[in-house]
Design a protein around this ligand. Structure first.
Ligand code: PLP
Length: 373
């Protein structure tokens, strides 16, 4: 069986270093808000080309706390509208509703990322921010989105949970918007060995607030300037991430190699490849292939056929946020492009440790699909 992603293999590749880093933290006697966190924050800010990085407990908190900080700074108020893709992982939307803000769901274009033209059409008097998501590892059209934001005075919070290291024109994910939220969930391109996340920004004011907000709103021990939360990135996870960050560019190269094999090798009229979906050869260079997503009108049959051929696949995602029970008031809303995408997408195995032989097996299994599961 070719696994979708073997986390065991991913971390085994760096086991000696990870275990040494873990031992270092254990022996240090310091487990929260220490040198390991500082080191990772410095390294990750540099890797993103942003002035600040603040570790938090997970990717959802990174998004939620940034919006919350903007409320504290008077840049957002309850009831303001925030534009977000209709086809995203639910976390992007939860961060908005958790803050009492109103999500405005916007459909994607053929790239499967949010459509700049439709963002423009969705802007109203209450619109205050945009959360573009760099879905599957491909940057959203940030030049266009930043222009729209500038014209309309909107804040931009990049959901960069799937796009560590992705860049366009030499500018990295996490350094385009006013701020960005990252997730280091184990399966992400930069994954901890547990939960972790981070906020990046160039904004001094925002930096001051999120730094404190994540730690009970406390700027000095036992003094609290905000009603904060406990959303800290602990020393062990920070140490794991510092090790793994060193290999991120190498890992991206390995993912690209698999993606290129797939794009050259998969030839089946029943399967649409990313290149056919508006991923231009140019943006291909910036894609970090967190997921390799194909589309098919016969998706379910394709998934069955691949499983029978020993290839594990996943669907990102089977149900869009507006069709979730969690948002039952929206269930009757219609986002036809998003709904169609959710019926068609299938994620093939891809990862930094995947072999060329395994990719060849996936390719021949795709090519032998004749429409029957
Ligand atoms: C993973 C993910 C998140 C949330 O990250 P967690 O660390 O699991 O909280 C947010 N947005 C997107 C697009 C993601 O893929």
């Amino acid at each position: 069986m070719i696994e979708f992603l073997s986390l065991k293999d991913v971390n085994a590749a760096h086991a000696v270093e990870l275990k040494a880093a873990c031992a270092r933290v254990i022996d240090s006697g310091w487990y929260i808000q220490g040198k390991e966190l500082e080191q990772f924050e410095t390294d990750f800010a540099a890797a993103c080309g942003s002035k600040y990085c603040f570790g938090v407990a997970n990717g959802l908190d990174a998004l939620t706390l940034t919006l919350r900080a903007w409320k504290i700074l008077g840049k957002l108020s309850v009831g303001d509208e925030v534009i977000v893709p209709a086809n995203t992982y639910i976390a992007s939307v939860l961060a908005i509703t958790e803050n009492g803000l109103t999500p405005i769901l916007v459909e994607p274009d053929e790239s499967l990322n949010i459509s700049p033209a439709l963002i423009k059409a969705a802007i109203g008097p209450k619109t205050k921010a945009i959360i573009p998501v760099h879905l599957y590892g491909q940057l959203a059209d940030m030049p266009a989105i930043m222009n729209i934001a500038k014209d309309h005075g909107l804040l931009v919070l990049e959901d960069s949970a799937q796009s560590h290291g992705a860049s366009f024109d030499g500018k990295k994910a996490g350094s385009w918007g006013d701020a960005a939220g990252f997730s280091f969930y184990p399966g992400k391109n930069l994954g901890a060995l547990g939960d972790a996340g981070a906020i990046t920004t160039n904004d001094d004011e925002l930096a001051q607030v999120v730094k404190v907000l994540r730690n009970y709103g406390s700027h000095e021990k036992y003094k609290n300037i905000y009603q904060g939360v406990n959303s800290r990135l602990d020393e062990i996870q920070a140490a794991m991430l510092t090790v793994k960050l060193k290999y991120l560019s190498e890992d991206i190269k390995s993912r690209r190699k698999i993606a290129e094999l797939y794009m050259r090798g998969i030839k089946n009229d029943l399967i649409r490849l990313p290149l056919d979906m508006g991923v231009s050869p140019l943006t291909l260079e910036s894609h970090v292939w967190h997921l390799f997503v194909v589309r098919s009108d016969k998706r379910d049959a394709l998934q069955k056929h691949l499983a029978a051929s020993g290839v594990q696949t996943l669907i990102h995602y089977p149900i869009p946020p507006h069709k979730q029970q969690a948002y039952k008031d929206w269930n009757s809303l219609s986002f036809p492009i998003t709904e169609k995408i959710h019926d068609q997408v299938l994620s093939l195995p891809i990862g930094p440790t995947m072999s060329v032989e395994d990719a060849a097996t996936v390719i021949s299994a795709c090519n032998s699909f004749n429409g029957n599961g």
